[in-house]
Design a protein around this ligand. Structure first.
Ligand code: GDP
Length: 295
């Protein structure tokens, strides 16, 4: 993996060769190249700037380890910093101490929320858990049908009260049903809007207050790239998120959104979506994403 990276950074890190320590001047060119790679991966600019400064702080004055060339050492440092920034290791889903674990799925319309709700349901079922899906997206006419169809497909029960009841009442009733019938996880699919708006945020807060979630997962389409920073900030400040699901990584996105989400909110990305099928969900691994972002 480092071979691939060093190929890309070959020119930029040439100046580091033969040095006993990495200095301010000889690291500049290499940092410029890292900056370019991050911007090409569509990481938001303030996030890039902060990241570069962190790497600079760590790189300058670092003693070159015997047996490792300074350029390789620099690349490893960048890679390690990316992994650390994205949380180091995979972060598992929270579990309630008693009663069903409640997970709210939030995000913009089209991000892949309904699909991710079913994907997570299948993932949990395959682990021997007993999930219940709750259809609280009452505005997009097809959303309830879509969740019911997916639920049948994966053999997981879907709770719905139609589209005439408020989303917070549906969420509360869904959690109550989950508790009464011994489900161990309740996944609530909520409504998104085309863009961030006050009505959506206020509704999310009402749903949160009605359902006392253990997790609020922000579902983010990886194709939105640097816009993920503002989106995450808005959801985190107004609703409070505990994690994220990054979708559509089977597309050509370099995954820069992953770095922005984590940097802005501190919340870990827990899963990635890699296709339209219900099986296309994987736990998020910072290592793999770091390589993808650097390209
Ligand atoms: P919602 O409005 O947030 O509930 O979004 P949906 O779950 O309805 O998904 C919107 C579209 O994105 C649908 O056509 C999904 O099939 C598609 N989609 C969701 N997740 C993925 C993914 O990981 N990869 C790809 N290629 N498509 C996805």
């Amino acid at each position: 993996m480092f071979d691939e990276l060093s190929q890309r950074f070959e020119d930029a890190v040439k100046g580091l060769r033969g040095q006993a320590a990495i200095s301010e001047t000889n690291v500049d060119g290499a940092l410029r190249d890292v900056r370019r790679a991050l911007l090409e991966a569509d990481v938001s600019l303030p996030v890039v700037k902060e990241f570069i400064e962190e790497v600079r702080r760590k790189a300058v004055g670092a003693e070159v380890v015997r047996g490792v060339s300074p350029d390789q050492q620099f690349i490893q440092l960048v890679h390690a910093q990316l992994v650390e920034t994205m949380g180091g290791a995979n972060a598992p889903l929270a579990r309630a101490a008693e009663g069903p674990t409640v997970i709210l799925m939030a995000g913009l319309q089209g991000a892949g929320k309904t699909t991710a709700t079913a994907k997570l349901g299948l993932h949990l079922k395959e682990q021997g858990r007993r999930p219940l899906l709750v259809a609280a997206d009452i505005y997009r006419p097809a959303a309830i049908d879509q969740l019911q169809t997916l639920g049948r497909q994966i053999g997981v029960e879907v709770f719905s009260l139609g589209s005439e009841t408020s989303p917070e009442a549906i969420a509360a009733a869904g959690v109550a049903r989950g508790r009464e019938e011994g489900f161990d996880t309740v996944l609530v699919d909520t409504a998104g809007r085309l863009q961030i708006d006050t009505a959506m945020m206020e509704e999310m807060v009402r749903i949160r207050e009605a359902s006392h979630p253990d997790e609020v997962l922000l579902v983010v389409d990886s194709m939105i790239g640097q816009e993920a920073a503002d989106l995450t900030r808005a959801f985190h400040e107004q609703v409070g998120i505990t994690g994220a699901v990054l979708t559509k990584l089977d597309g050509d996105s370099r995954g820069g959104a992953a770095l922005s989400i984590r940097k802005v909110s501190g919340a870990p990305i827990k899963f990635i979506g890699t296709g339209e099928k219900v099986e296309a969900l994987q736990p998020f691994h910072p290592e793999r994403m770091a390589s993808r972002i650097l390209g």
